[in-house]
Design a protein around this ligand. Structure first.
Ligand code: HEM
Length: 167
């Protein structure tokens, strides 16, 4: 019974709260950045030729995706995640040994704001997530949905949910 309650609460918090917060941050940033807002409105107007936006249209709305991705970079709703070491491990190229059962913190917010990986990191710039810039993003430096076998199970669906609300 406690497992069912725990999983239900996780779904409500992980699913609804993260999605709602992301939508709020997107709206906040677009309100502050009028030119990006106009560009997004233009993209959506061109897509919704007959006044409706289909699922397929959303998949093709590249600037919308870039705005949401950039929002999740600046304001990752999960600023931090953790992993527990299952066996002793030496970090490659160092003498740092992680012991079994050590808990490792992964600083998502700090990675997203690190000037070594992002030029002008405090600036809202959705263009970072459009080609060719997108290909320059270093693997492991952008983790709004975590990474690996325990990453967010809603990564794909939440992108669609946020896109629907923003548009
Ligand atoms: C914008 C929306 C969302 C964001 C930014 C987000 C972010 C995250 C992050 C960072 C994690 C931890 C991943 C890791 O440590 O590697 C996570 C885990 C999780 N998320 Fe999401 N999430 C979102 C939406 C959702 C939705 C819609 C659902 C449900 C349908 C969901 C369900 C889960 C679950 C169940 C986990 C735990 C996975 C596990 O431990 O194996 N999330 N999410």
């Amino acid at each position: 019974m406690s497992t069912i309650v725990a999983e239900s609460i996780l779904f409500i918090l992980a699913g609804y709260d993260n999605t709602a917060s992301t939508i709020s941050f997107v709206a906040f940033l677009l309100a502050q950045h009028q030119s990006q807002q106009q560009r997004l409105r233009q993209e959506l107007r061109e897509i919704a030729v007959d006044g409706t936006i289909t699922y397929q249209d959303l998949m093709e709305a590249k600037y919308l995706d870039a705005c949401i991705s950039e929002t999740l970079r600046l304001y990752p709703v999960a600023p931090f995640t953790e992993r527990q070491c299952t066996k002793p491990y030496t970090v490659p190229g160092t003498k740092v040994v992680l012991n079994e059962k050590s808990v490792i913190g992964i600083p998502i917010w700090s990675l997203h704001h690190d000037p070594r990986y992002w030029s002008d990191p405090e600036t809202f710039s959705p263009d970072r997530f459009l080609p060719p810039n997108k290909d320059q993003i270093k693997s492991g430096t952008y983790l709004p949905f975590g990474l690996g076998p325990r990453n967010c199970i809603g990564e794909w669906s939440s992108s669609v949910l946020v896109s629907c609300d923003v548009s």
